[in-house]
Ligand binder design. Structure first.
Ligand code: SF4
Length: 381
């Protein structure tokens, strides 16, 4: 079974426009002691090649795509260069085929940036962790100070300017799930992505790289109960709503519940290299497995997204990203959990992805709680 969305083309490109950040988040897979070429940014030549090739691909298909500007911190590119990259979308003829989104830590957001983002119709996602203590423990400046207050201030600025903003939070499993939901609700956001910490079975088995997942099941169950309490639909939490939709056999686009088709997304690194979903970057970072870098680059003379699509589909089929792991086949919450993110299933004991997710315990508890709620919602309200 696969609950995936039958998207049959590359419709999301995550563009790593700058390899630098004004924060040093403790769980960051990208900016850390191992970051190569720190401070580099995408050149006009690479952006032009990317645009022209994506334009050719989308126009041949007659389909729409999205560019998600990512880093590091993408606003560190500066408004002048970012503005030139946006103008280039019209000049290369890509503009009618795409919409733009941006994922930011929001520390640089001011009125001039808000004006810029509105002028170019760029959708915004702000990274903020589930509550003040979780955020300040993890999302710190290079000198170690927490940044919750600045992030909340930026969110308020965006809200007052009428800019619709989603938030992205990493669940640390240490915080209180009820507090997480009340804190996120208090920010007035309409949509929150709660992401499970990036890991896999190989990383968890090694004491030097394992992360503490003990508190995650309880965190998720408490957060879910707080989310459904009062039947308040004002804030969507994609992890929870995806599980509910998948329980009813509906398709979703959430990779964390195996819902999205992994071959619909590619990462474009700062030097133009085409890569798999970022979950695979940490497999390479810890020397566990290869697979992040496809070996293709948008600057190659023979590069095309049609070729990239074929290669990515082959990789996804090889790692079982298009199906449930064998051990999950008879699980009572498999429809809801989807086997978790394919990257989280990897184990280096047999170099295979055909395993339960490293998040299995947490996903199972959340899946059971979701089924219990769907079976009889009254005790939850
Ligand atoms: S809860 Fe565990 S066993 Fe069940 S589908 Fe998810 S990863 Fe597989």
């Amino acid at each position: 079974m696969h609950a995936g969305h039958a998207t049959d083309y590359l419709h999301i490109l995550v563009v790593k426009v700058v390899r630098a950040c004004n924060l040093r988040c403790k769980y960051c897979y990208y900016i850390n002691d191992d970051t190569r070429d720190y401070g580099s940014s995408m050149t006009v030549e690479t952006v032009t090649a990317l645009y022209e090739r994506y334009r050719d691909y989308l126009s041949a298909l007659g389909r729409q795509g999205a560019i998600v500007w990512h880093g590091g911190e993408p606003l560190m590119l500066g408004r002048r260069r970012f503005g030139a990259f946006m103008e280039l979308q019209s000049e290369t003829g890509l503009a009618p085929f795409i919409h733009n989104k941006l994922q930011t830590n929001a520390l640089l957001i001011d009125d001039a940036w808000i004006d810029f983002l509105r002028r170019h119709d760029i959708g915004i996602g702000v990274s903020i962790d589930t509550d003040r203590s979780a955020h300040d423990a993890n999302r710190v400046t290079p000198t170690g100070e927490g940044t919750y207050d600045q992030t909340v201030e930026a969110l308020g600025r965006l809200r007052r300017a009428g800019v619709s903003t989603g938030v992205l939070s990493v669940a640390d499993g240490v915080s209180d799930g009820r507090l997480a939901i009340s804190s996120l609700r208090a920010l007035g956001v309409s949509s929150a992505d709660i992401l499970l910490p990036m890991t896999n079975n190989a990383r968890q088995r090694n004491p030097e790289t394992a992360i503490d997942l003990e508190g995650l099941p309880e965190f998720l169950v408490d957060a879910f109960r707080a989310w459904v309490k009062g039947d308040d639909p004002s804030m969507r939490v994609r992890l929870f709503s995806s599980m509910i939709l998948q329980a009813f056999g509906r398709r979703t686009t959430f990779l964390g519940t195996g819902g999205a088709d992994m071959s619909s997304l590619a990462v474009i690194e700062t030097d133009g290299t085409l890569c798999m979903d970022t979950e695979y970057s940490q497999l390479e970072r810890f020397g566990i497995a290869e697979g992040y870098n496809t070996g293709l680059n948008v600057n190659d003379t023979d590069f095309s997204f049609a070729r990239a699509e074929k290669l990515i589909k082959r990789f996804v089929a090889k790692v079982g990203g298009d199906r449930l792991p064998t051990d999950c086949q008879n699980c009572e919450v498999a429809r809801l959990c989807g086997g978790g993110h394919p990257g989280s299933r990897y184990d280096d004991a047999d170099h295979s992805h055909d395993h339960r997710s490293a998040h299995c315990k947490a996903l199972y508890r959340l899946g059971r709680e979701t089924l219990s709620y769907l079976n009889d919602p009254h005790p939850y309200l």
